[in-house]
Ligand binder design. Structure first.
Ligand code: HEM
Length: 322
């Protein structure tokens, strides 16, 4: 299984994927003389393998024990949920869901020690997976179009989105890092923006001798906000109305019908627009990867609250109308 790095005890805004160990962009420069190195010693242990997979083992044992109880303890076939094992599984499941939800608060509090954020996240992932067994056995496999099955389905949506989140955290930080590197080393998001600004300045100066029609095309590229774009553009990394690509394409077409001359300003503009297109592509890939790192939480968290609402309705309806 992929090992996902997670620094201990981070506070606000930190996610399991954005800790210092998982998305390192540092270029391997020697420390400057007279400067104190501030790198922290890290064990590079991910939350999936935290303490030798302690929570994986506990969760697997719990799941195996519950499956054995379900198979070997004689219980009524009908309304399994209201048998002693059904109640036990229901109570454990509901408490587990409330505890899993508390990770949202835990992520925003800094509490060092045994219950580090890494330990919480590890327990969250494995106990969250055990909930598939707890919730499904509690249902006694009685699925229908009702609020009880709705609660189970919402639980599964939260769990599946969590599994997707693990995959995202395991793969995207490396892709983010790779996108930042080129032959000159790593480049940060800020440097990408600065590089675009510098290219814009050069394009502006080089465009002075152009005819009004070509200058208008170049102006469209200069006016383009590199951060503009809707959710779909961001998540797919596709910007079909990119002004820079349009300007570069139109200028190339126009130049193809003109006789070649020495020191044509269009040649210089073309080279600069090509560099800008490449930098924009890099920046957009960067933004796309960053969005995917968070996008799954837009399912995981809101559906958690829908689950708590359906769970409350399920519990109330069972006690009052069963
Ligand atoms: C019904 C079960 C579950 C509930 C109610 C639940 C709920 C939550 C909540 C409320 C958060 C906090 C999000 C935030 O505030 O940013 C969270 C985070 C997280 N969940 Fe779950 N979760 C469940 C199951 C799972 C499962 C099964 C997995 C993985 C297999 C998982 C993986 C994660 C991860 C990795 C985070 C941490 C995100 C981060 O560090 O930014 N969850 N979950």
């Amino acid at each position: 299984m992929a090992s996902i790095a997670h620094g201990p005890d981070q506070g606000d805004q930190e996610t399991a994927a954005t800790t210092e160990n998982s998305t390192t962009t540092r270029s391997p420069k020697p420390p400057r003389r007279g400067k104190v190195r501030r790198d922290r010693v890290s064990t590079h242990e991910g939350f999936l393998t935290h303490k030798n997979g302690r929570w994986m083992k506990i969760s697997a044992l719990l799941a195996a024990g519950l499956i054995a109880l379900y198979i070997f303890v004689p219980l009524p076939g009908q309304h399994f949920g209201s048998s002693w094992l059904g109640y036990t599984l229901g109570t454990v499941g509901a408490l587990l869901i409330l505890w899993l939800t508390m990770l949202g608060m835990r992520k925003r509090a800094i509490t060092p020690g045994r219950w580090s954020l890494k330990a919480w996240t590890s327990a969250h992932v494995y106990l969250g997976l055990t909930l598939i067994v707890v919730g499904t056995l509690h249902s006694g496999f009685n699925f229908a179009w009702n609020v009880h099955t709705l609660a189970w389905a919402l639980m599964m949506v939260v769990i599946i989105s969590g599994i997707f989140g693990i995959w995202v955290y395991a793969t995207l930080p490396q892709a983010l890092s790779a996108n930042r590197y080129d032959e000159d080393g790593a480049i940060t998001e800020k440097q990408m923006i600065e590089s675009l600004r510098s290219l814009d300045r050069q394009i502006h100066d080089a465009a002075q001798p152009l005819d009004p029609q070509s200058a208008a095309l170049v102006e469209q590229s200069l006016d383009e906000d590199p951060f503009a774009g809707n959710f779909i553009n961001r998540i797919t990394g596709r910007y079909p109305r990119c002004a820079t690509r349009h300007a570069a394409g139109e200028l190339r077409k126009a130049r193809a019908y003109r006789p070649r001359v020495a020191d044509d300003p269009v040649d210089k503009i073309d080279a600069l627009l090509t560099r800008k297109e490449a930098m924009l592509g890099r920046m957009r890939r960067h933004l796309k990867l960053k969005s995917w790192l968070q996008a799954w939480l837009y399912v995981h968290v809101p559906v958690t609250f829908a689950l708590i609402a359906a769970l409350s309705a399920h519990i109330v309806s069972v006690f009052f109308y069963w």
